[in-house]
Ligand binder design. Structure first.
Ligand SMILES: Cc1ncc(COP(=O)(O)O)c(C=O)c1O
Length: 401
């Protein structure tokens, strides 16, 4: 059976992590990673989440299956937190949701629903998280790129993006990063979100949000302002939510696919399709992470503790960005644009050859597009990265001069 089977190509992110792990140089720096690390290089369990988990364990009386749609309290409380009290309660009969094994499964379920609804094409930002296209392809959709990031302006390539939206067709879907765009760290302003909402509504293009970093950009509500504005204005949307980063629950595979439909009668149809897609794949989601989030969001004291911790993580990312700008300046590099970007990632202005030299000569790991994970830079790492890039930049100039 397996003789003629071809090996699948390695996942680029996981392959890079393997290379970094195998490197024995003490000064090595793995910036390819996609998780929040503290100053000691650990991915800690958040204190409020830990307390919520303990309560779940103490109160657990059964390991019976969850319903196919998942943990109802989790869906309700996370939905309210993501969309905000007004929108969630005001349009409750038009919202539906299914718990998923992280955001990846939510994206996959949403893509399955779209295909079953007759959608053929989904527009994906260029650049984007490299797993988006394979997820959509696996679900039978055709991913097509729209321009998103301008290297020159170090921000959203707004005019080009709007130009692409005007070429989208009725019945297409568009994948949008809710905030803290991965990999660029560049997000639309609230005015741009509003403009986009009008364009998508007019063209009848369905927004499909990926909410993976809420709370790590400007603040929980601020990072979700674009999602809320677009969902309200278009009246029909899919929203994949991850609890991996915002609750540091990575390995508990906790997330949800929400949707808003134009008519309340459509909610059951969408949900039944998402549930049947899940049923023929992993069947039901695991409970632990979702139960902990439900516990946390059901207790105002725990919720406040969690938001404060998320705020400290966000502040630290900002401080590290500033440190890197300063260190880069010392090394003769102007990286001030990093101050205007948000979230865990930004792209460094490096070419492919420089990325390989950083890895080979300095033990600094990042994907070939130059994406760095900011919280993976402890203070000393920022200095080492900036100095190494300064040397490479000087060599390039000297070589071409
Ligand atoms: C944009 C984006 N979406 C989704 C995910 C995956 O999230 P989860 O762990 O919840 O599946 C990631 C993780 O890196 C991501 O960056």
């Amino acid at each position: 059976m397996f003789e003629k089977l071809e090996a699948a190509p390695p996942d680029p992110i996981l392959a890079l992590a393997g290379l970094a792990r195998a490197d024995t140089r003490p000064q090595k720096l793995d910036l390819g990673i996609g998780i929040y690390l503290d100053e000691d290089g650990n991915a800690p369990v958040m204190a409020a989440v830990r307390r919520a988990e303990q309560r779940v364990l103490d109160g657990e009386v059964s390991k019976a299956y969850l319903p196919a749609s998942g943990n109802a309290a989790f869906l309700e409380r996370l939905g309210r937190k993501v969309f905000g009290e007004g929108l969630w309660t005001g349009r409750r009969e038009r919202f539906g949701g299914i718990q998923s094994t992280g955001c990846v499964a939510a994206l996959r379920l949403g893509a399955e629903v779209l295909r079953r609804a007759g959608c053929r094409r989904i527009w994906v930002s260029d650049p984007t998280w490299p797993i988006h296209d394979p997820i959509f392809l696996a679900a039978g959709l055709e991913p097509v790129s729209y321009p998103y990031y301008s290297v020159g302006a170090a921000g959203v390539a707004w005019d080009e993006m709007v130009g692409a939206v005007s070429r989208m067709e009725r019945g297409d879907a568009i994948l949008l990063h809710a905030g803290c765009h991965n990999p660029s760290g560049a997000d639309p302003t609230i005015d741009q979100w509003d403009e986009l909402a009008k364009l998508l509504r007019d063209r009848e293009v369905l927004p499909f949000f990926d909410v993976a970093y809420a709370g790590l950009g400007y603040g929980w509500d601020e990072d979700l302002a674009g999602v809320r504005a677009l969902v309200e204005a278009t009246g029909e949307a899919l929203i994949a939510v991850s609890c991996s980063k915002s609750f540091a629950l990575y390995r508990e595979r906790t997330g949800a696919l929400y949707f808003m439909s134009r008519q309340a009668q459509e909610v059951g149809k969408v949900l039944s399709n998402a549930m049947s897609a899940a049923r023929t794949n992993y069947s039901m989601p695991p409970d632990h992470g979702a139960a902990a989030v439900a516990e946390l969001l059901g207790d105002s004291e725990l919720e406040a503790e969690w938001l404060a911790e998320l705020g400290r993580m966000r502040t630290r990312i900002g401080t590290l960005r500033e440190t890197l700008v300063q260190e880069a300046f010392e090394a003769g590099l102007d990286w001030r644009y990093l101050r205007d970007q948000r979230g865990m990632f930004s792209l460094l202005p490096l070419d492919g050859e420089q990325v390989v030299r950083l890895r080979d000569d300095f033990g600094i790991y990042m994907p070939t597009n130059g994406r760095i994970c900011i919280p993976a830079l402890a203070r000393i790492g920022a200095g080492y990265l900036a100095k190494s890039c300064g040397i490479l930049s000087w060599m390039k100039t000297a070589g071409s001069g």
